[in-house]
Ligand binder design. Structure first.
Ligand code: ATP
Ligand code: MG
Length: 501
């Protein structure tokens, strides 16, 4: 089972030619050797070796070394028990975290890098509540057996760099397959979150889920309800943060997991009526998601994945199933699906425990996603442009991307026309912004000034005066203090007139 890495992987090397992304064994070995020689890893390896404990890199870093992907975090597994890990790590670490101690995990910062070291586990599961009963184990192989997928169930022992791959991880990695080390129905039953992780890895690695595991995922989909909303949404965020989440989303929908965690997305698969009067909203939504990611990259190549934008893209049409009407002439309409969709999104994102800010941003984007589509018909007044900017607020850039991504017509002339119209709108926004700084539109007079001019105390009337002036400002642009004062007085007089009349 244990073999020195360079000997263990000729099979991988032969097959790498079929898959572009797999590193040759020699390259992977180089990556792992370089990694083991970094101050962080070598410090740890020496400390554990001196104390006669096994220490191995495990999971993500081993997998990613073979895939030629950047290595994210440094996960280790060891024969040492948590208190022994602590004793070994404390003298060499700048900081130590032991919040995961009960589960066997100690976190530390060593030579500037964060690491996680976990005691070998051999979980048992309580058959009733299916809660894992953490049990520490004696063997690395047993520890690897309880991991989610074989490509994540490989370890490299330090300092000797022996690859431990008892479940065919390298073969599956080369073939691009996600296979569970234990029988899939057992593995998913033990920890249903693994089904969400399957979708994430399908997207992140471009792998295919093993057929039997896909069957098990469909069978066990209801079990996902045992997982807390926080853990589910963490995985959802990881899925949406990948470069191309589509296949992962498709897997969640086709196996029925989405019926439990994102039922609004499953519901987008409207039956196609005999006249084909509406596009397939589900496929459309997936295309919008892909296009939004493409635009996000084009416009902000160095930014982190924009999860709120991606959520908005995926969910922008979830108001459609509920608002679908067949009109007398045979056309299908979705009146107010923007408002209905925004409400449904708030409900769903709350249930998934997304933070208030993300929820509000996604809802605002969905609410506004149709606004532009009147633009190309009759060009908007300056006032309409100002309102667009004001209503979008700090979501304007995302709204630009979402609206552009929402054009999925195969009619290229129509698509070009809409893209040009949106270019035109962005140009006008920039021009107006330069002239007026509309992002910060305020009335020409503030509350204090309103009270002084009208000689009124703080109260509802001041608020009404403020929104009157704000509307003036949006409709007509900056008026200046003098003109604004005159208009405010006239407005106030007309109120008084109405009241006495
Ligand atoms: P990433 O690049 O996202 O960090 P990763 O594979 O390291 O990918 P983690 O979530 O950091 O993923 O988990 C570390 C390792 O722990 C995994 O590679 C896998 O071996 C194991 N693991 C994590 N979650 C589970 C789970 N729910 N069930 C079984 N094994 C798991
Ligand atoms: Mg990791």
């Amino acid at each position: 089972m244990r073999a020195i890495l360079s000997e263990a992987t000729p099979a991988a090397r032969d097959r790498t030619r079929r898959i572009w992304c797999v590193h040759s064994a020699a390259e992977a070995l180089n990556v792992l050797r370089d990694l083991s020689e970094t101050p962080t890893v070598s410090t740890l390896a020496l400390a554990f070796q001196a104390a006669n404990h096994e220490l191995a890199l495990v999971g993500g870093p081993v997998r990613d070394a073979f895939l030629g992907r950047g290595i994210n975090d440094l996960d280790f597994t060891t024969s040492a028990r948590p208190d022994q890990i602590l004793a070994l790590v404390e003298p060499v670490a700048e900081a130590v975290w032991d919040i995961g101690r009960d589960f066997g995990t100690i976190g530390a910062q060593i030579q500037g890098e964060r690491v996680e070291i976990t005691t070998y586990r051999s979980d048992a599961y309580d058959g009733e509540s299916r809660k894992p009963i953490v049990q520490f184990g004696e063997s690395l192989v047993d520890d690897l057996r309880r991991r989610d997928f074989t490509v994540n169930a490989m370890a490299v022992l330090l300092p000797q760099l022996s690859l431990i791959d008892p479940f065919g991880g390298i073969d599956h990695l080369v073939a691009g397959r996600l296979v569970t080390p234990a029988p899939a129905e057992e593995s998913f039953g033990d920890d249903p979150l693994r089904m969400m992780r399957a979708a994430r890895f399908v997207a992140q690695l471009g792998f295919t889920l093993d057929e039997h595991a896909e069957w098990a995922m469909t069978e066990l989909a209801p079990a996902i309800e045992r997982i807390s909303a926080e853990r589910v949404s963490d995985e959802l965020v990881k899925l949406l943060s990948t470069d191309s989440p589509l296949e992962g989303v498709r897997l969640l929908v086709s196996t029925g997991i989405a019926d439990r965690v994102l039922p609004e997305v499953s519901a987008l698969r409207l039956e196609v009526d005999e006249h084909h009067h509406h596009k397939d909203v589900y496929e459309h939504s997936l295309t919008v998601l892909a296009q939004a990611i493409e635009l996000e990259r084009e416009r902000h190549p160095d930014a982190e994945p924009d999860v709120p934008l991606r959520l908005a893209a995926l969910l922008h049409d979830i108001g459609k199933p509920e608002t679908r009407r067949l009109e007398p002439g045979g056309t299908v309409t979705f009146h107010h699906h923007d408002m209905v969709g925004a409400k449904l999104a708030i409900k769903r994102l709350k249930a998934l425990r997304f933070d208030k800010e993300t929820t509000a941003h996604v809802a605002r984007l969905i609410e506004l996603h149709l606004r532009f589509f009147g633009y190309s018909e009759g060009v908007w007044s300056d006032s309409a442009v100002r309102r667009y900017v004001r209503d979008a607020g700090d979501q304007l850039e995302r709204l630009h991307i979402l609206t552009r991504a929402d054009v999925t017509t195969r009619n290229t002339r129509k698509a070009d026309r809409l893209a040009h119209a949106y270019d035109d709108l962005e140009r006008r926004i920039a021009e107006l912004a330069e002239r007026e700084e509309i992002e910060a539109v305020r009335p020409d007079l503030d509350g204090e000034q309103i009270m002084a001019i009208l000689n009124i105390p703080a109260g509802r009337l001041v608020g009404q005066a403020y929104s009157f002036l704000l509307n003036l400002r949006l409709d007509e642009g900056p008026l200046g203090e003098e003109e604004a004062t005159r208009r405010l007085r006239a407005w106030h007089d007309s109120l008084a007139g109405n009241e006495s009349g």
